[in-house]
Design a protein around this ligand. Sequence first.
Ligand code: NA7
Length: 542
Amino acid sequence: MPSKTDAGDVDVAIVGAGPAGIYMLHRARTAGLSARVFDSAGGVGGTWYWNRYPGARCDVPSLEYSFGFDEDLQQEWSWPEKYSAQPDLLAYLNHVCDRFGLRDGIQLETRVDSVTYDEPQGRWQVGTDRGDNVSAQFVVMATGALSAANTPDIPGLDTFAGDVIHTARWPHEPVDFSGKRVAVIGTGSTGVQVIPEIAKQASELFVLQRTASYSLPSGNRPLDPAEEAVIKARYADFRAANRLMPAAIGSLYQLRSTSVLDATPEERQLAFEETWEMGGFAFVRTFPDLTLSHEANKIAADFARAKIRSIVHDPATAELLSPKIVIGCKRMCIDSGYFETYNLEHVHLVDVSTTPIQEVTSAGLRVGDRTYEVDAIVFATGFDAMTGALLRLDIRGRGGQPLGDAWAAGPGTYLGLSIPGFPNLFTIAGPGSPSVLTNVIVAIEQHVDWITDCIEDMRDHGYSTIEAMPEARDAWVVHVNEVAADSLHNDPGCNSWYLGSNIEGKPRVFMPLLGFPAYVDRCEEVVVRGYEGFVLSPASSP
Ligand code: NA7
């Protein structure tokens, strides 16, 4: 296997300097591979570099949403809060880069705009907007599942006289909304975080809601050093226990194992109150069947809707804020004071579910007969998730085939790691892997370890190329769909970004794989069986 062939060549080109790209660089280097990371951002951090809107916070507890690959790292870092705010996560990821001496391998402010397979050479050409043309034996797409920001194409947007900001492209300098009339479009995980913060400053705030979200209180608080010490005393065991959980988090919760349908109304109420108070995702796991059957699901949904009615004073607003969809079919939101915000006199909820936003004028937004005059519009409208970042790049595999053609009917991968026709190109936390349905840091570590071990195996055994077989991909796509078929995530009333249905024209396909721990076993089994489902070729035959 060639090492660096000339100044511009590397063994591994990595696209993206978020947690996945950072860890990939570290593992590649420790495996003796030359590697370079490219990112269009001005700093490392990925999601936590871009999403610097007020209120931005992780919805997975800090002690779990952090790397577990190095014992010293996890012992020396201290988190100030149970759920980390964006600046703390960004500081952590910068610390990781410094601690492992990674900065010289990361090329920032450099957008990769083409990734092309050079078939005769058996190498990839990575082209950037700075004119780099780097030859790499392997390419790792660490581009993030939620990084391609989605701004709806609303007529007249370019005529608006005020400020337009997408939450995922928030300015670095503080934005002052004091005395301003602001519109926020979107009430997903981002909306529920940013809305209470903007409401603290704005003179008037219009929230344009298309679909009401279930949102659970975070229960965020300063992290108790004693609690942190208990985890740190057995951090490796804690991580291992989490890796056995369906979402790779939450091994600490002592939840019930019996059906909600077998509980009395009093027992249900008590159980739900307990997990609601606990904060975070615990609520959806109060009983094991809440996300498995409609009957069980409705009981949890009714409880959550009753909570909204108990918080929001105006009954009409409470009704509008009460989700009608299955609870948990979309990603649950986690908030700090979201519903309470609607009790403020200057905060107005605007329903755009039946009458969409028609146009933006120079003065504001027109919905039906009414124009909402505002000084700023904030788009909390999410992402072209899972495939967006990959398809926005010009990736071409064997025969010059664009990835967009290969994925015209939906993303087809083998193990969420590899695509037939795109040899030696790996996706981290890509479609077809548990990715966003797990603690994504755990998913990233598992993928990076698998990819690095695979490259090392290839090197040890004289192989230069690995490529997924089309039959293996087809069987994997069937598996991903089968697992999701009976899940409430696939409920016809649910238009989630998991299904791509937040983006017009995107094929409706459930993209992540349900079933984390079993997936890890499957990846290991594939290796044990000699990379079953892959073709490995020796150096002479690219
Ligand atoms: P989400 O969860 O996709 O939420 C986006 C929100 O924007 C959601 O309420 C959408 O309504 C709304 N939206 C999108 N387009 C429009 C238009 N054209 N008009 C009105 N409303 C619109 O993105 P987030 O950034 O909040 O969260 C993404 C993930 O990041 C989250 O799940 C966590 O994993 C972290 P809709 O529901 O589509 O009707």
